[in-house]
Design a binder for this molecule. Structure first.
Ligand SMILES: [Zn+2]
Length: 389
């Protein structure tokens, strides 16, 4: 706990950083909760509720321990000490209702309001407008007409994303105790209360859960409509129930955050896996292309070599054959010519006539030169005697 300058402020949290970090896997730093009371000096039940809240938070209960690990409570037990000292019921020393001065507080006339707004400003900014670092702001009051305990909260339209969110804590407290009546809660911005803390802080600092925590100055009725009076311990209990409500709300939003992060993690994993698969597929396609290109380059060469070798062999074979044939023909022709020359020289016939009239004989052999055949004149005589003159 520490006591800052200007006004009484209690800073309540677990400041063992090692333990806090181990128990806070979701958030890098703690959130803040601002709780204040006695802006209206006559509503002393606010002080009892505050006392019960501080006692419970400093205790050994599970919810108190977990909250201290996760949250820094900025507690202002008396936001109008001058009015309390003066014995005023509703105003400060200068006669102003401080809960109607939050829109434009004067440093000299409303110093505690200025200090509270500065504190909130330091916690919220320079973070962006959607910052959720300040989880909750509660201003404790006493109500002189209505029974039970209830809250007044911010007004948002039904389709607004925070419509249900701002109703969670009141609903949780109502589930815990019949002293708190959910159906007495109001979520409206009445014209007469536009300058009150809960509306101004909600508008200026965008704190979603800005409540006036009202507790009856008289008593409460339970589920059976039995009336009971509030005493000091009952008011202190209402402070404890508020802490339990905050704890359960924190567990809900942590679970929500955990699910959101898991979804993001799954999305990132899927995206990474998809990228890896795409890279593998691209690599496989590239390798296949390279293999295809290599096979396409090698095969024509091999094919061309084979064809070239075959053609060379064929050409050489054909050349050899044609050379042999030519040699044979030349020898035969030479032999024929020599024989014809010899015959013509014997018969007195000119070589020119024989060359012109030389017929083609089968098997390349002239029957005239066949020594087994008879001479032409004798063949004609014996074969056709009637044709002779
Ligand atoms: Zn009040």
């Amino acid at each position: 706990m520490s006591e800052p300058k200007g006004y009484n402020l209690i800073k309540l949290s677990d400041f063992d950083e090692t333990d806090s970090r181990l128990s806070m896997p979701l958030y890098k730093r703690k959130k803040y909760v601002i709780i204040m009371a006695r802006v209206h000096p006559g509503e002393s039940n606010g002080s009892f509720m505050m006392q019960g809240l501080i006692k419970f938070l400093c205790g050994d209960s599970h919810s108190a321990k977990e909250l201290r690990k996760r949250i820094v409570f900025k507690i202002i037990p008396m936001s109008n000490p001058d009015g309390v000292i003066a014995g005023n019921y509703r105003t400060c020393m200068c006669g102003h209702d401080l809960n109607r001065r939050y829109h434009e507080p004067d440093f000299r006339l409303h110093p505690t309001v200025v200090a509270i707004k500065q504190l909130t400003n330091e916690l919220v900014f320079p973070k962006n407008a959607d910052s959720e670092d300040v989880l909750l702001l509660v201003d404790m009051h006493g109500h002189s007409r209505k029974k039970n305990t209830f809250v007044y909260g911010p007004e948002v339209p039904l389709h607004h994303e925070k419509y249900y969110k701002i109703r969670i804590i009141p609903r949780l407290i109502a589930d815990e105790t019949s002293k708190f009546r959910y159906f007495s809660c109001k979520f409206r911005h009445e014209r007469s209360k536009l300058k009150a803390a809960r509306i101004v802080m909600w508008k200026q600092f965008n704190i979603s859960n800005c409540y006036t925590y009202e507790s009856s100055m008289h008593g409460f009725f339970d589920e059976n409509n039995q009336n009971y009076e509030f005493d000091c311990s009952s008011y202190e209990e209402m402070g404890e129930h508020l802490v339990n409500g905050i704890y359960e709300y924190l567990m809900i939003i942590e679970e929500d955050e955990r699910r959101r992060r898991l979804k993001d993690l799954e999305k990132r994993k899927k995206k990474k896996l998809k990228q890896q698969l795409e890279m593998k597929a691209a690599l496989a396609v590239k390798e296949a292309k390279e293999k295809a290109e290599q096979s396409n380059v090698e095969s024509p060469i091999k094919r061309t070599d084979t064809i070239r070798r075959k053609l060379t062999a064929q050409i050489s074979t054909t050349r050899e054959k044609s050379a042999n044939v030519l040699n044979t023909e030349n020898d035969q022709t030479k032999a024929k010519r020599v024989k014809k020359k010899n015959t013509n020289s014997k018969n007195g016939t000119s070589l020119a006539v024989n060359q012109v009239t030389e017929p083609d004989y089968p098997n390349g052999q002239d029957p005239e030169n066949n020594p087994n055949e008879p001479p032409c004149s004798s063949r004609i005589t014996s074969a056709s005697p009637g044709l002779l003159p």
